[in-house]
Design a binder for this molecule. Structure first.
Ligand code: URP
Ligand code: ZN
Ligand code: ZN
Ligand code: ZN
Length: 459
């Protein structure tokens, strides 16, 4: 058999094993794994001294969504997937946001139109339901889930998007019947509203108030409630972007009851704290995301969650707004309540976890692969096509130099934002080449693919 590509001599890591072998690729798939492939190949990559990993899967990224504050998101599908690619990813899962009054099918069509011919990675959508009318839950959602859109997200916070408990139950019930997994952004909106009204009345409108008005109790309570609602309906649930230990404890209790729960955390909860939001002037706006970064103790709790297996998923929650668009000078009378929520991070997600986690001995390489690729594929129905290195799997491969050191600088990022929250962070280990279904997409910092290469993956 003649091969299209051989990745030769690398150290291959999956979620289970680490081993030296050659990888043979034909027609976009892995067809041979062996210590010395002898078949001829059109192309070879010498991976000696390098790691060969399943392409990263970032199952939580926001691209080309409108923000409630009327600020345009920095990244569309072209720039967002470009940034993802340079960060070692081959698949990202963006959201398809239903606006109030909009049909869910129209929302899906609209996001497909934005994505078409614009993606440098493969993509697959989650559906966000903000208007769960009888027609949406009775007809549209079941039809879309049956067609391959197998994950549904709801918000418990954000005035324009949140659902009440009855609506969440009804949406969960529809998702369960049709065989989808639910994602929940769990924060108690009434607590947040109560605290932020008080802060605004007292004239405390600095970006730092974003963190104090979204306390751990609001996240912990909403998580408990989301888990309880999912238990009643018996639907598998993903609690996204968990920021603290008490909320992780809610996850553990639900698992002890026998619930199917997947838990996610993100780089911002390991690397940032609420003190970053207190930066001079409007600088703190660069770190405004929900839930907010907490403190050193909660960073440690999140690390423990990654080490012990409490967390299944490590995602970026990439949701980039240009500092130039959110800075106070551009928004006279600006309050923390008007800062759009979200920060960039799709390109730095894997390097940060590798450098801070694997290199510092907190997690091993196989757990790194599970947290950045395999578990995402398993949770959302992409496995084993995606998320592993096995015969028959898509040849989505990231060649990683474990000893390449870099300093994170915004000017080196490939997104369309104008800052990175991790400016100046020293990183050890970086992706140096990425293959998407056997096609070279990036090598040594040079883009090789085009927007026509990324495919939409139905599940
Ligand atoms: O602040 C955040 N996380 N923004 C993105 C939207 C969301 O809540 O996931
Ligand atoms: Zn969220
Ligand atoms: Zn998000
Ligand atoms: Zn506003």
């Amino acid at each position: 058999m003649s091969l299209d590509l051989i990745i030769r001599g690398g150290t291959v890591a999956t979620a289970a094993d680490t081993f030296r072998c050659d990888i043979g690729i034909a027609n976009g798939r892995i067809v041979e794994l062996s210590t010395a492939i002898s078949a001829p190949a059109t192309e070879e990559y010498d991976a000696q001294g390098l790691l060969v990993l399943p392409g990263g899967i970032d199952s939580h990224v926001h691209l080309a969504q409108p923000s409630g504050e009327g600020v345009e998101m920095a990244d569309d599908f072209a720039s967002g997937t470009r940034s993802a690619l340079f960060g070692g990813n081959t698949t990202v899962m963006p959201f398809c946001l239903q606006e109030k009054g909009q049909s869910l099918r129209d929302a899906v069509d609209a996001y497909h139109a934005k994505a078409r011919d614009n993606c440098l990675t493969d993509i697959s959508f989650h559906l966000i339901v903000t208007d769960p009318t009888p027609a949406v839950l009775g007809q549209e959602l079941p039809a879309l889930i049956a067609a391959g859109y197998k994950s549904v997200k709801v918000f418990m916070t954000y005035e324009a998007m949140r659902l009440n408990d009855a609506e969440i139950l009804a949406t969960m019930d529809a998702a369960r019947r049709a065989g989808a997994v639910m994602l929940v952004h769990a924060e108690n909106e009434d607590v947040i509203r109560y605290l932020s009204d008080a802060h605004v009345r007292a004239g405390d409108i600095h970006a730092a108030a974003h963190a104090t008005t979204r306390p751990i109790a609001a996240e912990r309570e909403a998580t408990h409630r989301a888990l309880s609602l999912a238990e009643v309906v018996d639907v598998p649930v993903v609690i996204v972007h968990i920021s603290n230990g008490p909320t992780i404890d809610e996850i553990s209790r639900a698992r002890a009851r026998g619930q199917r729960v997947t838990a996610e955390t993100c780089p911002q909860y390991l690397m940032l704290t609420k003190d970053d939001l207190s930066a001079e002037g409007w600088e703190g706006a660069k770190y405004v995301c929900s839930p907010p970064p907490r403190d050193r103790d909660q960073q440690e709790a999140c690390w423990r969650g990654l080490e012990t297996g409490a967390f299944d998923l490590f995602s970026s929650d990439h949701c980039a707004f240009r500092f130039n668009d959110i800075a106070g000078k551009k928004r006279p009378g600006g309050k923390f309540t008007h800062i759009p929520n979200g920060i960039p991070g799709v390109e730095t997600r894997m390097p940060i976890l590798f450098s801070e986690g694997v290199k510092k001995g907190r997690i091993d390489l196989n757990r790194f692969v599970a947290l950045t690729a395999t578990n995402h594929a398993k949770t959302y129905g992409l496995y084993p096509k995606k998320g592993t290195i096995a015969i028959g799997s898509d040849a989505d491969l990231t060649i990683w130099n474990p000893d390449l050191t870099r300093t994170i600088r915004h000017c080196d990022m490939h997104d369309a934002c104008d800052y990175t929250p991790y400016e100046g962070l020293e990183i050890s280990g970086w992706p140096i080449a990425v293959y998407l279904r056997g096609r070279l997409m990036m090598k040594d910092g040079v883009l090789h693919g085009s927007g026509a290469d990324g495919a939409y993956i139905l599940r």
